[in-house]
Design a protein around this ligand. Structure first.
Ligand code: IDP
Ligand code: MG
Length: 141
């Protein structure tokens, strides 16, 4: 089934000039980029995006980090892209990520792990609509 997922290159990835490297891995996998922009979230916007993690010990630090600089947010489209993009990202903790994954190659810390990807169809719907309206998402001709 063709799916969409919300992908982010986090502020560490942008500031370390890893945008091209991450996009290259995404495109090599055959995922179609159907929306993309650069944004800088406010602390409040980062808290809204990560609201499922509210109350966890890393929530304050994570939302400080995510609002510390520009991110690339994008919508990817492909068969089963939610799980396939999470496979490409690698484990949250880069020390557990498999070789070849984005986090294995580029993450420096469990928090500063370069990329985000939605984890379910429900979160993908919420996360895509958090950043994009319908006119900003390309549909196939
Ligand atoms: P995910 O990004 O692999 O889906 P989540 O569990 O949803 O991982 O956590 C969201 C983000 O919060 C992670 O990508 C990472 O940046 C940060 N994070 C998760 N667990 C920890 C932790 O134990 N310490 C610090 N930061 C964490
Ligand atoms: Mg998550």
């Amino acid at each position: 089934m063709t799916q969409r997922t919300l992908a982010i290159i986090k502020p560490d990835g942008v500031s370390r000039n890893l945008v091209g490297a991450v996009l290259s891995k995404i495109e090599k996998e055959g995922f179609k980029i159907v929306a993309m922009k650069m944004i800088k979230m406010t602390k409040e916007q980062a808290k809204g995006f990560y609201r499922v993690h509210e109350g966890k010990p890393f929530f304050e630090s994570l939302t400080d980090f995510m609002s510390s600089g520009p991110c690339i947010v994008m919508v990817l489209e492909a068969e089963d892209v939610i799980n396939r993009y999470r496979e490409l990202m690698g484990a949250t903790n880069y020390k557990e990520a498999k070789p070849g994954t984005i986090r294995y190659e580029y993450a420096t810390d469990i928090e500063r792990n370069v990329v985000h990807g939605s984890d379910s169809e429900e979160s993908a719907r919420f996360e895509i609509s958090y950043f994009f309206n319908a006119l900003e998402i390309m549909t196939s001709p």
